[in-house]
Every structure is written in structure tokens, then in C-alpha cells.
Design a protein around this ligand. Structure first.
Ligand code: MLT
Length: 269
């Protein structure tokens, strides 16, 4: 399988994993400001953007996570910092759970570790059915009013159009399959105690989709996690306040411990 991605900058890798139903272009303000000494890589998950997929099974977080690790293998990256937003955060949590040694550090934004409730699963299945019968519009109409804070809508009226355009470019089939995959997602809360890499949580205080308590669970459960709140931002803080998001990311990257390279441990007798 081939995976489309864009990259910017040079240095140690940072992989940005987009949310649902977006694509790598949601990381444009980050790609345009790659931190010094870092290589920013933003892939399109399977079925989204320009990454093809012609299967019909649910798109599970495990599938997406395997694809991220396959991309790392392909690029010869032993480890990367993972930045995941919302569904991208579910994928990042799956990577750190199953491939802990491939993750150098984690940035989780507008996401949760808990699985869906029975009601949330039922809502996803009904939205998937509507995407299949009436197209992407069903998903766009359901999600769009909740993505961006009222403040951001006033301040950046063009952002709604950008986000809408990104959603319109997703195929209804892919949307339906990713919704089914998210409904199948496991609960990662118990795994949070085993995360032993530097972690930063970033949430918008106006996020209409992820309740603050769900992000606080992650912040509390991952040892030493840094917890940042971007005020007046909704579910897309990297787009709603890119200056502050980039500043937080830049400072997080700047203070990471140096990467361990294979061969750093030489035994002498
Ligand atoms: C996302 O932005 O990726 C979605 O809101 C995630 C979700 O529906 O749980």
C-alpha cells in the first residue's frame, strides 16, 4: 500500500496524525512552521486525502496504527514523536500501546482514551448508514457546527470553509468505515499508566466534541504529562490558534530528552 504524506523541515521526525474526516492538510499551519531541527511529516490515513484504499472492512485504529508504523519503516525511522488530533489521537494511543519503542514522545490533542459508550457506538453506526445512503453531507452537517468555537468562527470566518472543503473531499464510504472502526475501538485508559515517554495534552476549552474530563483523564493517568489548555479554541486548536499551538509544540520539542539511537548502549568489559 502507498501512503501519501507531506513533509517540511529537517531533523528528528515528528508525525502528525489527522482527525476524522480530515486529511494531512489540517496540519498546514504546522508544516508551514516546522520547528528548527525537526522533520514534520503529515500523512493521509488510509482512504483519506490522497492515500488510496479499496477494501470494505471497518477502518480500525489498529489498521491506521499499523500503517503509521509501516510508513516509519519505509522512511527508515526508528522512532518518531507522534502528534495526534482526535481520531489521530486514538491512532497515536494504539501505536504507543503496541509499538512503544517506536514512539519518542506524544502530543495528544482534542482526543480521548476511553472507548465509546453503547450510545456513542449506536450514533456512529447510524451516521455511517446515513453517509452510505445520503453521502458526505450527512457527516458534514452533523459535525461541522461542533468543530470550531464561536470565537474562532467570528475571528476566522474562512476557517469553516477550509474545514468544510476538507470534509467534502472525503469519500462517504471511507467516512462510514472509519466511523465503524472508531466504534470498535478499544479502551486505552488502562494503557495510559504504561506510557513512559514525554507526553503533552493540548485541549481547547471550548471543545464541543471531547469533554474536558476525558482529556483530564489522560493528563492524570500518563506519568508527568504536561497539560495545556488553549482558551477560546474548540475541537481544532491547531487551526483555531496555530500561533499558540506551534509555540506549545515548539517548547515541548525543545525540551525533549535526546533521542536514543541504536548503538548508544555499548557494553565495555
Ligand atoms: C475527530 O475529530 O477525529 C472525531 O471527532 C473523532 C470522533 O468522532 O471521536
Amino acid at each position: 500500500m502507498s501512503m501519501n504524506y507531506r513533509e517540511a523541515g529537517a531533523g528528528d521526525p515528528v508525525i502528525f496524525i489527522h482527525g476524522f474526516p480530515f486529511n494531512h492538510t489540517m496540519w498546514q499551519p504546522q508544516l508551514a512552521n516546522a520547528a528548527d531541527g525537526w522533520r514534520f511529516i503529515a500523512p493521509d490515513l488510509r482512504g483519506f486525502g490522497e492515500t488510496p484504499d479499496d477494501s470494505s472492512a471497518p477502518l480500525t485504529m489498529e489498521t491506521f496504527a499499523d500503517d503509521i508504523v509501516a510508513l516509519m519503516d519505509d522512511l527508515g525511522l526508528e522512532q518518531a514523536v507522534l502528534v495526534g488530533l482526535s481520531m489521530g489521537g486514538y491512532v497515536a494511543l494504539d501505536v504507543v500501546t503496541r509499538y512503544a519503542d517506536r514512539v519518542r514522545a506524544l502530543v495528544l490533542t482534542a482526543t480521548r482514551a476511553n472507548a465509546d459508550s453503547a450510545e456513542a457506538k449506536a450514533n456512529r453506526h447510524s451516521l455511517a448508514a446515513r453517509a452510505r445512503s445520503s453521502g458526505a453531507r450527512a457527516v458534514i452537517d452533523t459535525m461541522l457546527p461542533h468543530l470550531i468555537s464561536a470565537h474562532s468562527r467570528l475571528k476566522m470566518p474562512e476557517l469553516i470553509k477550509t474545514v468544510q472543503g476538507m470534509m467534502e473531499s472525503a469519500s462517504p464510504q471511507t467516512m462510514a468505515r472509519a466511523l465503524e472502526g472508531m466504534a470498535l475501538r478499544k479502551d486505552y485508559v488502562a494503557d495510559l499508566a504504561n506510557v513512559n515517554v514525554s507526553t503533552m495534552i493540548i485541549r481547547g476549552d471550548q471543545d464541543d466534541i471531547i469533554p474536558a474530563a476525558e482529556m483530564e483523564t489522560i493528563a492524570r493517568s500518563v506519568r508527568g504529562a504536561r497539560h495545556e489548555v488553549i482558551s477560546l479554541a474548540g475541537h481544532l486548536p491547531n487551526l483555531e490558534n496555530p500561533e499558540l499551538f506551534n509555540k506549545l509544540l515548539g517548547s515541548f520539542l525543545a525540551y525533549l530528552p535526546p533521542a536514543l539511537k541504536l548503538g548508544d548502549f555499548s557494553l565495555s568489559f
